[in-house]
Each structure stands twice: as C-alpha cells, then as structure tokens.
Design a protein around this ligand. Sequence first.
Ligand code: AMP
Length: 257
Amino acid sequence: MDGSVGFVPTMGALHRGHLSLIRRSVEENDHTVVSVFVNPAQFLPGEDLEAYPRREEADAKICEIAGVDVLFMPEISSMYGSDEVKLKAPEYLGYILEGNRRPGHFDGVVRVVMKLFGLVGPKRAYFGKKDAQQLVILQKMVNDLFLPVEIVPVDTVREEDGLALSSRNVYLTPEERRRALSISRSLKSASRLIMAGEYDCAKIAEHMLGIMRDIDVEYVRIVDRSFRPLERVEIQNSIILVAARVGKTRLIDNLWI
Ligand code: AMP
C-alpha cells in the first residue's frame, strides 16, 4: 500500500471506544487497517477466552461504515507456530498491577502486537488510554526496539452515565451495571478533590474506596507515567488506576491527571 497506514488492533465486539480509535486513524492516515483477533496468548487459564464476545459480522459492518480499508481477522493457527522467538513484557512494568493480577498477560500482548506490527507495517498505531498499562508498555516496546511506529494514545470513551465502554460490559446484569458506576464516580470525585488542592495519594485512594464500597475493589493506585507509585499527585504526570470485580466481571478504569 502506498501512503501512510494507520492501525487499530482490537479483540472485536467493537463499540464506540474502538470507533473513536478508528475515526482518528481514518482522519490521520491514507489507509486504515483494523485487526480483530481474540488473542489466546494474553488470556490466563480460567479467564474468559471462550466466553469473550464475538460479533464478526457486526464488526465488519462497523468497519465498512467507518471507512476502514482492510479488516484483518486471522485464525489462531496462522498467528502462532511452535517453538517461536518470544518477546517478553518488561520485568517491572509488565508484572505490577494488571500484570501482577494477570501474570503473563502483557507477555501475550507484546507478542501479538509485535507480530501484528510486522504484518501491517503501520506508520501510526492507535491505543486507548483506558488500558493505561498496556499503552505505556507498548510505547516502551516501540522505544526499546526502535520500531518505526508512532503509538497514538486515545482518550477513554464513556457512556453518558460515566461507565467506560468495554466489550466486557455485556457480562453485567442491570444491577451490577448500576454498582459498576461507582468506579467512574470515584475517579471523577478524585479529580474534584485534586482540583480543590488535595494531593495526598493515600487520602484520595481512601476517599475513592469509600465511594466503591459496594463492589470488590482489587486495587486503587496513583502512579506516575512510568507506573512508579506516588505519595503526592503530580499534575500532568499521574494516573489514577482502578481494578474491580462486579459480580463475575472484572473491570478496569483510570484517570490521567
Ligand atoms: P480491546 O478490543 O478491548 O483489546 O481494545 C482495543 C483497543 O481499544 C485498545 O487500544 C483499547 O484500549 C481501546 N479501547 C477499549 N475501550 C475503550 C474505550 N472505552 N475508549 C477508548 N478506547 C478504548
């Protein structure tokens, strides 16, 4: 393909969050490639690989309407072979927080994204800030391996009531969905606290936990852009991260300060 290629890797069940990445790519590049691949390497045993929502026809329609040039939906057998050269996620960044709860998850992410970059050869690749740790790891992968790809971060798209869009939201019952709203409410409330001058991370986290008392919070953490824990919020250099279980569904959300 002549001209610049923008690339949006996804696991499908496309929603308005994905669409915002796709639109950005269509705007900024001559061609846009979207991949839909539920990557087994990034699921741990016991996770929702089999149950993960698959909506290939609807995804194809959305891509067509959005002006995507190539929709790439590979089979697992064409992506992975035996005794492969394997890339690993960084030892710190790949194994804290999400990587600590899901050990090996980011190894699977860097493996597949590296393969997809090799196949697609994009000038720019679009990733959501919703998956903050993934975004920072992939930015590091591109820097560390001198890859000729620009990683473009895209803001989180939310429902009107604040819930961050996610393919996994379909698992939520109406009652769970209502309780899940406390995640985005706690982030919003944290940002108000910070604007009012409260920079103490422990106090902010405690306040957020109070708001999320009806759900099973795995962690609330305030880190800098390299994911080092902070004691005090640093404006323009902090991310507030939340992971929680609501019923059987695991949700993550965050706020970049
Ligand atoms: P996934 O299909 O969940 O692997 O997501 C594919 C890409 O879409 C990733 O870069 C995600 O960070 C991004 N994404 C997922 N949800 C959202 C959202 N609500 N807003 C913006 N980007 C998102």
